[in-house]
Design a protein around this ligand. Structure first.
Ligand code: MN
Ligand code: MN
Length: 395
């Protein structure tokens, strides 16, 4: 055997033992060149796609594990924006961790901020344009929503915390928010003195250099909720900025459960609608589509999604915890739980109302003869279609 042949045979054996090969039936062949076996295993439906996949689609997956993480004294933050996932024009996401007592600096931004608590507890504050105040403590499964340009803060309580932030513009960057210290640093001290009616020397020690950058910094765990916020003559904000999503009754489906939160049950979320989806093993989010782009965040489990883009184009992607998925509006899709644990993920849309179109429902509510003429399926199949949305079908 030549050295070249021996090398090829060894590669074949390595590939066979890796369990991830670009082979489907009679099609494809093992990889002889360089390969990344862990990544291939994570994406089996890209390596050897189902025969129904075809044509070109934009990339619809980016993992927070592939984002640069910004480390600071109080924790860290990483983002998936239009720069990481170019198709994601509508929404951008940030994954942030705060140690106990750590503070995400007082700030504001152009985009509305929607959040889901992943773990731990935090205190959030905001003040609106009328001087009306908001303060609340949030825990795992809670949401918040700060409208555009509303100034706010986040501080971790005893256990520390981690959360997902979603912004209603794909162009958002967590590194370009309006920070309190940045504003003070770039305002002449005599102007600060004039503005606040206090002597200039009061501002002698405000942080000026990069070393004193706040952004995410260590702090003391604050006292009780009721003592903290200054009393406002204008009172509290008329619509609360927080929402206890887990207190909502779930919609129980054959394949799991769903909690939908939009402006109908959380009025402050006027630009972002969301569904928290829990699919049982073997279950599936039914084939459907939406009038808005869908930004997904996978919390736990293993999922597989095929996106049908019309004109013979379809592609299948695999997702796991920490991955972001995206579906452009109008493209039909399903999400299948391929693991042995529940698949938990968020569907997020830049709109005030959650809306989806169910393939099942459309077929069931269309004259059966018309369906039969298209699909060549028998009468009993058409009769068995569900008149109501299933949302999640069972195994
Ligand atoms: Mn913010
Ligand atoms: Mn969807």
């Amino acid at each position: 055997m030549s050295q070249q042949n021996a090398h090829s045979v060894r590669k074949e054996i390595e590939n066979a033992s890796s369990g991830a090969q670009p082979i489907r039936g009679d099609l494809g062949a093992s990889i002889l060149g360089p390969q990344n076996v862990p990544l291939q295993r994570e994406n089996p439906d890209l390596l050897a796609s189902p025969w129904t996949d075809n044509g070109t689609l934009p990339n619809l997956k980016f993992s927070f594990a592939n984002s640069r993480n910004r480390l600071l004294t109080g924790g860290w933050a990483r983002e998936v924006t239009i720069r990481e996932l170019p198709i994601a024009k509508d929404l951008a996401g940030v994954n942030m961790r705060l140690k106990p007592g750590a503070i995400r600096e007082l700030h504001w931004h152009k985009e509305a901020e929607w959040a889901y608590m992943l773990a731990g507890t935090a205190r959030i504050t905001a003040v609106d344009d009328q001087g009306r105040t908001f303060i609340d403590d949030v825990r795992q499964g809670d949401l918040w929503n700060f409208p555009t340009v509303t100034p706010h803060s986040i501080q971790a309580l005893d256990d520390g915390c981690e959360f997902l932030l979603v912004f209603d513009d794909g162009n958002f960057s967590e590194n370009n928010t309006f920070l309190l210290t940045d504003l003070f640093k770039h305002t002449p001290r005599e102007i600060l003195a004039k503005n606040f009616g206090v002597p200039e020397k009061a501002f002698a020690d405000i942080p000026l250099d990069v070393e004193h950058e706040r952004y995410i910094f260590s702090g003391q765990v604050p006292g009780s909720l009721f003592k903290e916020m200054p009393k406002s003559s204008a009172g509290p904000v008329p619509q609360t900025f927080s929402h206890h999503m887990m207190a909502q009754e779930p919609i129980i489906c054959p394949g799991g459960w769903v909690r939908i939160t939009d402006s109908t049950n959380f009025p402050a979320a006027s630009t972002i609608a969301a569904a928290l989806v829990n699919i049982n093993p073997g279950g599936m989010r039914e084939i459907h589509w939406h009038p808005h782009d869908e930004w997904q965040y996978y919390i736990s489990g293993h999922g597989r999604m095929t996106v049908f883009a019309s004109g013979e184009h379809a592609r299948t992607f695999n997702y796991q915890a920490g991955d972001v998925g995206y579906v452009p509006f109008s493209m039909s899709h399903y999400v299948e739980n391929q693991g042995e644990e529940p698949l938990l993920y968020l569907e997020i849309f830049r709109t005030n109302k959650f809306t989806d179109f169910s393939l099942n429902q459309w077929m069931a509510m269309t004259p059966p003869e018309l369906i039969q003429a298209h699909l060549n399926v028998d009468k009993s199949t058409v009769a068995a279609l569900h008149k109501d949305k299933q949302i999640l079908v069972g195994s």
